[in-house]
Design a protein around this ligand. Sequence first.
Ligand code: ZN
Length: 260
Amino acid sequence: MSKLRVTVWNENLHETRFQEIRDIYPEGIHGCVAGFLKDAGMEVSTATLAEEEHGLTQERLDNTDVLVWWGHMAHNDVQDEIVERVYRRVMQGMGLVVLHSGHASKIFRKLTGSDSELLRWREVGEKEILWVMNPAHPIVQGLPDHFILEHEEMYGETFIIPRPDEVVFVSWFEGGEVFRSGLTYTRGLGKIFYFRPGHEAFPTFFNENVQKVIINAVNWAKPGAAMPKVTLGEIKNPIMPIKDAKENTLAQLNVYKDEE
Ligand code: ZN
């Protein structure tokens, strides 16, 4: 079987601007995520905001089975044309794994139709416990029923999003809030997973359980069957003879306006 082709997209601004963040992620968050996905046997490339077309050319996307997305402070700098391109690929079946603040990215908001930047947040490095909601879900295989991140940014309900297909994780935070932190959606033929942790100021993506979730999610989100080729409005011969077939005598019903 050929390897799963993954592209890891990162804003890559915190890492290039702040030494403190570079100390945590010397190769950038994209470098860290790409590293453990490669170790899991995937064919991985990376793309960043500063690259031409944000590194997401049509050719790159056509050769991507699953796109991983991390963005935080520059969602509005992502060109609409590229968002549209990613959107079309998801509709055609490309998987999308959206991390942390990616809930407010143009692509996640377009796909879910949400004002998903709306939530509570607090950045004091408190403890987060992620609880598995469905132990049978492919994304949680190999995980314990809960795991702990000692320091994370807090996201709290109410999280204004459309109802997901499935809630895979719920997080508890030291300060008392809870959050739906692992969510699945289907849009067109594409599978989408949103995973909450991953604030840049903490080494979250080095956590073994976080890595397992992302590896599982990429495997889960890979494309299934291809979209059948259907021409809009095409009239097919019936596959079985139609008894008492009748001509449409109300053909005028299909005419919206009289021709000039
Ligand atoms: Zn954050």
